[in-house]
Design a binder for this molecule. Structure first.
Ligand SMILES: [Zn+2]
Length: 472
């Protein structure tokens, strides 16, 4: 049987500021999925990227008194450094300032134009630079601000722009989302997108004047006076970032703040251009810090690079993957982190590994081959764990997949505590059988753990002598 293709993408963060812990969350979730399918034998391609053609970047650069390009270079590097620090196994990091991205985006524009979905019109509206989005009055809070950026007044903008005939795709979009032809996970996010469609889709502006864009961005082909709306080209990073053979994407992975672009604008643009649709959209939530929204003014922004330096990459990966539900919001606090760490890593997997390996070394391996670890339902427990992990990964519930691995580890703890191999004569056949069973549990857990905690998995399989996770 031929290998299946799995093309996965991260969201395309604005690079107007340094990455925060929410970006680390997205990276480790996507990376675990990419690694899982790779280990399964699929052909995987994993793209991360940076959305650079945003007005936010222009404004951030002006504030710092540097060029927009310099700001993008610096911050795009910070994002790819973050990915590396978290052991994120991306195949390509696509920048929206690259020439191939410009060319691909202009071609996409040309296809939509050829199909009659782009027209020019005078427009007046309320624009949030933070979101790079026009809002209607009923989409704003009582202070007439956007929900994502409270405290920031909207710009009133009036100019002649190109528009995309989104209204034309209303029924078609409703059909592809309802039927899961383009599947949105979790279900409540799918309903949110459908709710938005049912309100009635308005054509949206896909360009702005060169002056308002400060000349920054992808020029509209055949009209020098206009620059593409940043989301028109940003979404196309998913196409320009991978060789054509990978398209369509099997999974776009994004945060809940940008669902409208991915669930509605993007498939509509692709339908217009007659390009195959992506298959699935996975939407993760946000991380609060100590129960509060992360913000510069509260001074509670968590630097994900510092966390890795302090605790090690797998400990932080574990917290993000286990404590934050893949499909919902979660919270970070140092205190919760220490509780999780000590219970699950230092005591749980760390303690089991060290008990089993210390006794196994004394008992003089190699063990007699061929003794089937069936005593006490060990094989059953292992295969149950494996099938649960497979189900949870395909349901995009990585936190549940980890819980299943830890259920097996607890089973291993109970088994070793009831058999008490340390009370047996060192190296006797009975002791070797018990330890062989423990090793089977440990190795099965380590192999399934590989996509989530790659270094820990490799360390266990390499039979460490030093403790994996010293107590905090
Ligand atoms: Zn906003």
């Amino acid at each position: 049987m031929a290998n299946e293709k799995f093309y996965i993408t991260n969201a395309i963060p604005y690079v107007n500021a340094k990455p925060h812990i929410g970006h680390a969350l997205e990276f480790v979730q996507s990376d675990s999925l990419a690694r899982y399918y790779r280990a399964k034998g699929d052909d995987v391609f994993y793209v991360c990227g940076a959305d650079e053609n945003s007005l936010k970047n222009v404004q951030a650069a002006e504030k710092e008194g540097i060029s927009t390009q310099a700001l993008c270079d610096r911050n795009a590097t910070a994002f790819s450094d973050l990915a590396k620090a978290y052991d994120v196994s991306f195949d390509h990091f696509q920048r929206a300032t690259s020439p191939e991205h410009f060319k691909s985006s202009q071609e996409l524009w040309g296809l939509c134009e050829k199909n009659g979905d782009i027209y020019k019109k005078k427009y007046k509206g309320l624009y949030c630079v933070g979101c790079e989005l026009f809002y209607t009055a009923d989409e704003l809070n009582e202070k007439k601000e956007c929900f994502e950026h409270p405290g920031k007044p909207l710009d009133e903008v009036e100019e002649e722009n190109y528009f995309f005939k989104l209204s034309h795709y209303q029924e078609h979009l409703e059909k592809i989302l309802t039927s899961d032809e383009y599947k949105i996970v979790p279900e409540h996010r799918k309903n949110e997108a459908l709710g938005f469609i049912k309100q009635g889709l308005q054509d949206f502006s896909i360009s702005r004047s060169k002056a308002r864009a400060h000349g920054w961005g992808v020029p509209v082909p055949s009209d020098d006076s206009q620059i593409m709306y940043v989301w028109f080209d940003a979404l196309n990073i998913y196409r320009s970032g991978a060789p054509a053979k990978w398209w369509p994407a099997d999974l776009h992975h994004i945060g809940k703040g940008i669902i409208r672009f991915h669930a509605i604008y993007w498939p509509a643009i692709l339908l217009s251009a007659k390009i195959e649709l992506p298959k699935e959209l996975l939407v993760h939530g946000y991380i609060t810090v100590g129960g509060q929204k992360m913000s510069k003014s509260l001074g509670n922004v968590v630097d994900p690079m510092e966390l890795v330096k302090k605790y090690g990459v797998d400990a932080v990966r574990y917290y993000l993957l286990r404590e934050i539900p893949t499909d919902g919001d979660g919270d970070w606090s140092e205190e919760k982190f220490r509780v999780r760490y000590n219970a699950d890593l230092a005591n749980g997997i760390g303690n089991f590994t060290s008990r089993v390996l210390t006794l196994a070394k004394k008992a003089a391996s190699p063990f007699p081959k061929g003794s089937t670890p069936e005593a006490g339902g060990i094989l059953t427990a292992i295969s149950k764990m494996k099938s649960e992990v497979a189900t949870h990964v395909s349901d995009r519930k990585l936190h549940e997949a980890l819980a299943s691995i830890w259920t097996l580890l607890s089973f291993g703890d109970r088994y070793i505590n009831s058999e008490k191999p340390w009370e047996m004569e060192t190296g006797c056949d009975k002791q070797k059988d018990v330890l062989e069973n423990c090793l089977a549990i440990l190795d099965a857990a380590a192999r399934e753990l590989a996509p989530f905690l790659p270094s820990t998995s490799a360390a266990i399989l390499a039979r460490p002598t030093a403790p994996l996770f010293p107590r905090l």
